[in-house]
Design a protein around this ligand. Structure first.
Ligand code: AMO
Length: 446
């Protein structure tokens, strides 16, 4: 008999079928043994009756997370046993035979509440909970939606190296690696390659891992994360990039409504409405708002503090009913060397951050496309153009005005789902003290 998935059982009432999966729970009611079986498609209640002696005996030994294969008859549950809250609450499997494929020994029950450290220590188990599975199903939908949206908009998907010679984002936060007799770096972003590829395909996107040697232990920092990146040529300015990101976010929420509503319900999270035009302020305007509305003076600061970002969310929600807000025109001194300066607002960048529910999830903007200007910008930042000669070729060979954005997948996931810590939105997070296991008992100092 061919195995079927649990979700198919509702269409096979009265039939004998084969199912396989994990024992979610076992409940004994006198001689009746109830088992919830879980597979990739769902969960179903099964019952082992004493008249199937062998199966009943095996069932009496089963424990959570044992992997089993069963044959059984799918019955409609009696009316008083219907469970309207479960997707398959109207059916039940009467087990006729059980084969144990694997036994399991658990340190604690799968659904036991645990603190973050224990959760991370035991991910091969804790990722099996309904909540974790819902989080990473949503994350898979986000990537799918990103891919679908930008492919449909005629962007070409590219794969770029993670081992690089010189770091694109300015140096200090890159991991060094030994590369034969040389020191190389782990890429902090696909920045240089996505720009170079504008010279080849005009519009490109990529989703890949990036590495930040940041000694931050906060609820929003990871040392390895997934960056959703785009880059496109022939733009007028950074606002073209903001517009396309705005459109993508609208499409994403529709995709999530269509494909991940169940997961949002499990996580008790709300899919946000995205305005046709996300409110946008220059940094200096945003600082004025913070001063006026919240009484904090940050007028001369070059960047926003986390609390400022939360206030701006509060303001955007109250005033525009938007969970999103763009902040543009950060000082050039705070932006990387490839940033395009606004000719109408000298000293400030044609670039933006996007805040979502009070956390920055994206940076983007227009880039310098003129070779001489880029050389000049590098020198201004104290960088040696010689070291960037490979990247600089693109600009020698002719580059259109272009720009793009980079979005942190885990931050987006965490904020969408109301998770407190970005690590909960990362399958296997790397942080200051952890690569799967804790690195040592002496915590690394920030
Ligand atoms: P930036 O460095 O601002 O820009 O990063 C873009 C986005 O990546 C996410 N992010 C992080 N997520 C988790 N942990 C971190 N340590 C971390 N650092 C950044 C954030 C952030 O908004 N090359 C530019 C993008 C561009 O201009 O196209 C860049 O990487 O969500």
């Amino acid at each position: 008999m061919e195995r079927i998935y649990i979700k198919e059982t509702k269409n096979r009432i009265g039939e004998e079928v084969k199912l396989a999966g994990w024992v979610d729970v076992r409940r004994d009611h006198g001689k009746l043994i109830f088992l919830d079986l879980r597979d990739m498609s769902g969960k179903i209640q099964m019952v082992a009756l004493p008249n199937h002696k062998e199966a009943h005996e095996i069932a009496s030994k089963l424990r959570p997370e044992w992997v089993i294969e069963i044959t059984g008859k799918i019955n409609k549950r009696p009316d008083k046993m219907l469970n309207k809250n479960e997707e398959l609450g109207e059916v039940e499997v009467e087990i006729t035979s059980i084969k144990v494929l694997s036994e399991a020994v658990l340190p604690f029950e799968k659904d036991a509440p645990v603190n973050l450290d224990t959760y991370l220590d035991t991910l091969p188990l804790t990722l099996r909970t309904e909540k974790s599975r819902a989080i990473f199903k949503v994350q898979a939908e986000i990537i799918k939606s990103f891919r679908n949206f930008f492919s449909a908009a005629e962007f070409t998907e590219i794969q770029v190296p993670k081992i690089i010679g010189e770091d694109a984002e300015g140096g200090a936060n890159s991991f060094n690696i030994e590369y034969f007799n040389h020191t190389a770096h782990l890429a902090q972003s696909p920045q240089f390659y996505k720009q170079i590829m504008v010279g080849i395909f005009e519009k490109v996107f990529t989703a890949g891992n990036v590495y930040r040697a940041e000694k931050h232990s906060t609820t929003r920092h990871l040392n390895e994360y997934t960056s959703l990146d785009t880059e496109m040529g022939f733009i007028k300015d950074h606002r073209d990039i903001m517009r396309i990101e705005n459109k993508f976010l609208k499409a994403l929420m529709i995709d999530l409504k269509n494909n991940a509503e169940k997961e949002f319900n499990i996580l008790k999270a709300q899919i946000p409405e995205v305005p046709d035009e996300i409110p946008s302020f220059k940094l200096r305007e945003a600082q004025e708002i913070i001063k006026k509305e919240f009484g904090a003076d940050c007028l001369n600061e070059p960047d926003l503090e986390p609390q400022h970002e939360r206030w701006l969310y509060e303001y955007a929600k109250k005033t525009y009913d938007s969970d999103f807000v763009f902040i543009t025109h950060f000082p050039m001194t705070k932006r990387p060397m490839y940033t395009y300066e606004d000719e109408n607002d000298p000293g400030y960048a044609k670039g933006f951050d996007l805040l979502f529910r009070g956390v920055e999830i994206t940076t983007g903007g227009q880039r310098i496309h003129n070779y001489d200007k880029l050389m000049e910008a590098m020198k201004k930042k104290g960088l040696d153009p010689e070291k960037f000669s490979f990247y600089l070729q693109a600009f020698k060979y002719g580059m259109p005005p272009h720009g793009g954005f980079g979005m942190g997948l885990e931050r987006l996931t965490a904020k969408l789902l109301g998770l407190e810590n970005v690590k909960e939105a990362t399958l296997f997070p790397r942080d200051l003290n952890r690569i799967d296991n804790l690195l040592s008992t002496d915590k690394v100092k920030e």
